[in-house]
Design a protein around this ligand. Structure first.
Ligand code: ZN
Length: 609
């Protein structure tokens, strides 16, 4: 008996241990059919969702996002717009002047026929009516029967929706006249992971979804072309440039076309439609097919044609730098506002100058690797998405430039401005909870980008390149978190990096090193900022020769590969570091690479007069 109890106890503890160690992930299969009315911007939808609970937990409730509901007067998005000091310019009218702004929320002015909504008409779990409650942009469903570990449940929903006037990301009739930008258009199951439910209210940003397969059928006016996530299943029945030109078109009679898309292994489905879209297709050699959908206007046509070869090159560059894009298709679609990344596509502004068009394409496409395939939780770790996408798009923009300027110059300057402004907030802040849009944006895009460029300074450029590839290879389709990028860099470099992740992303510590003194052949360096770093140093001697030194940080318990003279470790606790050189010193320079984000570089160089 005792033996049996012991055996049971050890099995229990083993399975608990196994649960802690094993990564799991929920799964969705959506089948949706919608009927769009392009006159009043309303559509009726049917959605069958088969949800597989791969978690170790029994689920008694599930949550959906109803993101169109954000575009209603009085919504939390509207209230936030009226209270944040630096609202997104696209979402407000400025009734004052540039110097003395007086912002009015555009959402607050929406009329009933202009708002967005997703109304649930009926909802069943396994064919039985189920109870639900709409809380802002969240639908909370109390299940009739719990979904046990490893089991599936089928949810059948009928819903009715109205596409809002374009305020942010999705909507009707954007500034450039695109009829329908359809992001966040369907009731979307929230992600449940080992941290629990991620049923975040839609306030400004951003998205985190469940992987699965989408089968989407859209009935829409026959003059409208659609671009978006997923592979079109019936090109001969829609035409609009998707058809095989060697075969006959087989268009249905009537005013509408039926578009049938399938998208395997994605966590979102987005589309756009317009009755003036031109549609070009280009092929990445041995890669994805690229679709370009844009307005039939002379200047737009000129720029969008010129962008196409750049798009091919950019995708090839990302494939080489990060890893292969796993889908067969990517679409660049004029729509939305600015630029926003989605599954297998982007919606972006089209009537802009060519360099800006290419810049946006590079940035949004870069997200495919981070926001889409890796799919970090953007709400919690926006810096891993925006920052890393920005990093590879900066690399892509500098491929053919071999000038001497530091490619991240503007990025470091912008971060330094924020760090010195007193308005910086830790990158661990939930994306909507930043006090200002400025702190969110500079933190995520710039400080997040520097996380990688500066990691190259710490572990070496070659190790950084390997880290990026290994991270993508090991964590694609797995929602990685900050520890995953840190561990990958540690495994590649043999350098301990907990201190780096902590200081850079979880604190507001800044880096400031100075040359404190030199005398004859002795140099003393001083750590002024709270954040410690390893130091690259260039010393010029009075005879005109120079020598490069490397001072690893003791917490690293390892060194980057360097051709230079390595000095002993510098412990974090010690603010000073002194060493002697072989020749008389003329000039000392801390970090000539500029990759260390020192917030005060005025004291990095010291010259003996
Ligand atoms: Zn972005």
């Amino acid at each position: 008996m005792k033996k049996i109890i012991f055996l049971i106890l050890s099995l229990v503890s083993f399975s608990l241990f196994a649960q802690n160690q094993t990564y799991w992930q929920q799964h969705v299969d959506y089948t949706m059919e919608i009927d769009m009315n392009v006159k009043n911007y309303q559509f009726n939808g049917k959605q069958k969702l088969v949800y597989t609970n791969n978690s170790p937990d029994e689920l008694n409730e599930v949550f959906y996002h109803l993101q169109f509901n954000a575009f209603q007067p009085g919504s939390e998005m509207d209230v936030r717009l009226q209270n944040i000091v630096d609202p997104d310019a696209r979402m407000v009218n400025n009734l004052g002047t540039k110097e003395a702004p007086n912002y009015e929320s555009r959402i607050s002015k929406l009329k009933p026929n202009e708002i967005g909504f997703q109304k649930i008409i009926s909802l069943k779990q396994n064919n039985k009516v189920v109870k639900y409650e709409v809380i802002g942009t969240i639908l909370k469903v109390t299940l009739n029967t719990p979904i046990k570990t490893g089991k599936k449940a089928t949810f059948d929903m009928e819903f009715q929706a109205q596409v809002p006037v374009q305020i942010r990301r999705s909507g009707r009739n954007n500034k450039e006249g695109i009829a329908l930008s359809m992001a966040q258009w369907y009731p979307k199951l929230a992600e449940y992971d080992n941290e629990g439910w991620h049923a975040n209210e839609y306030i400004a940003r951003e998205f985190y979804g469940v992987w699965g397969n989408f089968d989407v059928t859209i009935h829409i006016d026959k003059n409208y072309a659609i671009g978006g996530t997923g592979y079109l299943q019936n090109p001969q029945q829609v035409g609009h440039g998707y058809e095989d030109k060697t075969k006959k078109l087989n268009l249905p009679k009537g005013d509408k076309l039926t578009w049938h898309f399938k998208a395997p292994n994605v966590h979102d489905f987005t589309w756009a439609a317009d009755d003036e879209y031109l549609h070009d297709i280009k092929q990445v050699p041995n890669g994805a097919t690229l679709h370009f959908l844009y307005k039939n206007k002379p200047q737009t046509i000129k720029n969008w044609k010129k962008m196409q070869d750049e798009t091919i090159k950019t995708m090839q560059f990302y494939n080489k730098t990060v890893g292969d894009y796993p889908y067969k298709q990517y679409s660049i679609i004029q729509g939305g506002d600015g630029g926003m990344e989605y599954g297998m596509c982007t919606l972006m502004n089209g009537n802009v100058k060519l360099p800006s068009l290419i810049g946006t394409m590079r940035h949004e496409m870069a997200h495919s690797w981070f926001q889409f395939v890796l799919a970090t939780n953007e709400i919690k770790y926006s810096w891993m998405d925006e920052g890393f996408a920005s990093y590879i798009s900066t690399l892509a923009s500098n491929v053919n430039k071999n000038n001497d300027t530091f490619m991240f110059e503007r990025v470091y300057k912008t971060y330094t401005f924020l760090a010195n402004s007193g308005k910086e907030e830790p990158l661990t802040t939930q994306a909507d909870r930043f006090n200002t849009n400025m702190a969110f944006s500079i933190g995520s895009y710039y400080k997040g980008q520097i996380f990688l460029s500066q990691l190259g300074y710490i572990i070496g450029e070659e190790n950084l390149a390997k880290t990026l590839k290994k991270y993508y290879n090991d964590f694609q389709f797995k929602h990685p978190n900050p520890n995953n990028i840190k561990r990958t860099a540690e495994k590649v470099s043999g350098i301990q990096l907990e201190w780096y992740l902590n200081e850079w992303t979880q604190t507001l510590h800044t880096i400031d090193y100075a040359v404190k003194s030199t005398s004859n052949k002795e140099i003393t360096l001083n750590r002024i900022g709270k954040m410690p770093m390893p130091i690259d140093l260039k010393v010029t001697y009075t005879d005109g020769s120079y020598e490069s030194f490397y001072i690893p940080l003791q917490m690293m318990l390892g060194k980057k590969p360097m051709q230079t003279t390595a000095l002993p470790y510098w412990e974090w606790a010690n603010p000073n570091f002194t060493f002697t050189t072989s020749k008389v010193i003329k000039k000392v320079e801390i970090d000539p690479s500029l990759l260390m984000a020192d917030v005060d570089r005025s004291n990095n160089t010291f010259e003996v007069k």
